[in-house]
Ligand binder design. Structure first.
Ligand code: ZN
Length: 239
């Protein structure tokens, strides 16, 4: 056999490897759509949790406001009663009531302030999320368009490479082609064709006997690697 079919095999492997890289690029391109979809999903979950928290908080604030109003009423009723009180005991009780309602009022006001600050934060977050959604929907569309364009250009490139491989395959002796096709099922994009480097298979590093080496390099008869079973062809074909 001449060196030519082996050079053709190396060329096929090179082009096929490029196809593998382009397929990887396509996966990455499609991943961009996926990533943005996941981001939107995360933000939607955040939005839903935010609105639930806000709803609960508004209920709590409403309850606290009612309680505060009650304490204010208790306070003013007791204060109004104060000048009309006749006995020392009743005076003491009313004063205690005033003091207690005063304390309750302060506690409720403090709590309300805290909850209202939290409400402000949640409302701010809600606003930011709304802005985010407005922007992201536009970006999502733009990215999807860009991905579609890139993927279609990559697919076109792949089909051109496929065509070149198909043409190159017609130049191969049928037995060599069969061997290649079989190995390419197992080693597609992982270099089905190897050579002997020093005294080992370049791909799997398994050592190869001198007689096999001579058979390949001197009589140009390919052999399967004893380790990985890749097709070992003359080293020269790679240069
Ligand atoms: Zn090997």
């Amino acid at each position: 056999m001449s060196l030519k079919p082996f050079q053709t095999l190396v060329e096929i492997q090179k082009i096929d490897h490029l196809i593998g890289q382009l397929e990887q690029n396509i996966r990455e391109e499609k991943g961009r759509n996926q990533k943005i979809a996941e981001l939107i999903q995360d933000k939607k979950a955040q939005e839903s949790s935010n609105s639930q928290k806000l709803e609960e908080l508004l209920t709590l604030i409403h309850k606290l406001e009612k309680e505060l109003q009650e304490q204010i009423n208790i306070f003013s009723r007791a204060s109004e009663r104060l000048p009309t009180i006749k006995t020392e005991q009743a005076l003491k009780a009313t004063e205690a009531e005033i003091e207690k309602s005063q304390q309750e009022k302060e506690r409720l006001e403090e709590d309300l302030l805290l909850q209202m600050t939290e409400q402000d934060n949640l409302e701010e977050e809600k606003k930011e999320l709304t802005t985010f959604f407005t922007g992201i929907i536009k970006s999502q569309k733009e990215i999807a368009d860009e991905v579609e364009k890139n993927v279609s250009s990559l697919e076109k490139q792949i089909s051109q490479y496929d065509e070149r491989i198909t043409n190159l395959k017609t130049l191969l002796p049928s037995q060599l082609l069969q061997q290649f096709e079989l190995l390419n099922k197992k080693y597609r994009f992982k270099y089905p064709i190897s050579f002997i480097d020093e005294n080992s298979c370049f791909q799997c590093k398994m050592s190869v006997s001198t007689s096999i080496k001579d058979q390949i390099e001197k009589t140009l008869k390919p052999a399967n690697c004893p380790g990985c079973k890749r097709l070992l062809i003359p080293h020269q074909a790679f240069s």
